[in-house]
Design a protein around this ligand. Structure first.
Ligand SMILES: Cc1ncc(COP(=O)(O)O)c(C=O)c1O
Length: 406
């Protein structure tokens, strides 16, 4: 690597390097063959392309000679309106969600950055349950904000505690950020718990931000009732990703849903970060959203089936702590060996790419005990049914490397 003639930002140097890339480095040394390919359960990426109708609409939008202009910062009006309609279906027809509440962003990661830039300053604190979605903590660190860890445990289904959270709130706290269904644990937070978090946020005059990237993969109905509460705009900010529901991760589309008063400030952060989200996919998707409901429901059902296959075929010594949406969070059986060591060997020798719990928490934070340091995230969405079974078969080979777990 060449030497730089300038100093680098302290923020970037103190931020962890992208975890998925680290897992792929391990996987790169696996000697894959056509009979024994790498089985990649590391990334939370939809395993299938968007439907033909989306691809056709995208091609049409791309050949429109006026389609190369910028859009308004908050997005295409048709898509803002369309998303509001889809959300009323997802959260219940009594939900109070209007086009003016919706900002379209270049993905949900950018939605998070734009939202926190509008609600906190460098030096402020944001509470995140751990294990956390690493890009949230990385973004906060880059912005000079402090991610305050709110521990969650397998014994409680990895659900965050209101009481513990209350004790973490300080004069510097600006927001509590939750992810449900969760990445990495797959845990889906009950609607009542989310109501309690909103009340806590209201009591302390801070924001409750919920990243609901995986909201379409909850088989049991509406994710929560917050949008039916006419007061939701006072403290609630919802983040969404089109990447998973519509299988368009590379096309970069997400959303912030919040009070128009909040969005009036978000316009400033979004203008600097993106000017506008990619235009063609917005124009292509806007009229199609209602017709894609069946596609989303089928995908969600297929994922449920794959979770069941994973559960049924996993060697009995590997314990599922929680499972849902894209992920299964699994405790490996090898006492005294960290998940990171197991994931590395799994990738390099067994040809199964996964991510250890250490990638979803602060390296400088409290030390994990032996039991806690055995959790591994498997992205069930990233592979097909056949590969899920093959992964389970290969896990059974691990005893050869690590012993039989006793
Ligand atoms: C919780 C969560 N938020 C955001 C994202 C990123 O979404 P997008 O592709 O829309 O930026 C992911 C992707 O894995 C995620 O798991």
């Amino acid at each position: 690597m060449s030497r730089l003639g300038f100093r680098l930002s302290r923020s970037v140097l103190s931020t962890i390097s992208p975890p998925i890339a680290r897992a792929y480095e391990w996987a790169a040394s696996y000697p894959a063959t056509p009979h024994r390919p790498l089985l990649d359960m590391s990334q939370g990426s939809p395993g299938i392309p968007p439907p033909q109708v989306v691809r056709d609409a995208l091609a049409k939008a791309s050949s429109d000679t006026t389609g190369y202009r910028y859009l308004p910062v908050l997005g295409d009006e048709g898509l803002r309106q369309g998303l509001a309609v889809e959300m009323k279906r997802a959260y219940g027809q009594d939900s109070d969600i209007l086009q003016e509440d919706v900002a379209i962003t270049a993905g949900c990661n950018l939605a998070f950055v734009a939202a926190v830039m509008a609600l906190a300053d460098a030096g402020d604190e944001v509470i995140l349950p751990i294990p956390w979605y690493f890009n949230h903590q990385m973004s906060l660190n880059l912005l000079g904000m402090k991610a305050v860890p709110l521990p969650t445990f397998a014994s409680n289904g990895f659900l965050p505690s209101i009481e513990v959270c209350r004790r973490l709130i300080s004069p510097k706290t600006r927001a509590i950020v939750l992810v449900t269904p969760n990445n990495p644990t797959g845990s889906t937070y009950p609607a009542t718990l989310l109501d309690d978090f909103l009340t806590l946020a209201q009591e302390h005059k801070i924001a409750l931000v919920i990243d609901e990237t995986y909201r379409d993969f909850i088989p049991t109905g509406a994710p929560h009732n917050i949008f039916s509460n006419t007061q939701w705009r006072s403290n609630f900010v919802h983040l969404f990703s089109f990447s998973k529901s519509y299988c368009v991760p590379g096309l970069r589309l997400g959303a912030i849903v919040g009070s128009p008063t909040f969005l009036a400030q978000v316009v400033t952060t979004l203008d600097c970060l993106q000017i506008c989200a990619p235009r063609q996919i917005q124009v292509a998707l806007a009229p199609l959203l209602p017709s894609l409901r069946g596609f989303i429901t089928e995908n969600s059902a297929a994922l449920q089936h794959r979770h069941a296959l994973f559960r049924d075929n996993l060697p009995s010594t590997w314990i599922i702590g929680s499972q849902g949406a894209y992920y299964a969070f699994v405790k490996h059986p090898y006492q005294g060996i960290s998940a990171e060591v197991v994931c590395k060997q799994l990738a390099m020798e067994i040809g199964v790419a996964t991510l250890p719990i250490s990638f979803f928490r602060d390296e400088n934070g409290t030390v994990l005990n032996e039991e806690e340091d055995r959790w591994i995230r498997f992205s069930v969405a990233n592979v097909d049914d056949e590969k899920v079974i093959q992964v389970c078969q290969r896990l059974a080979e691990c005893d050869k490397i690590f012993g039989d777990g006793t």
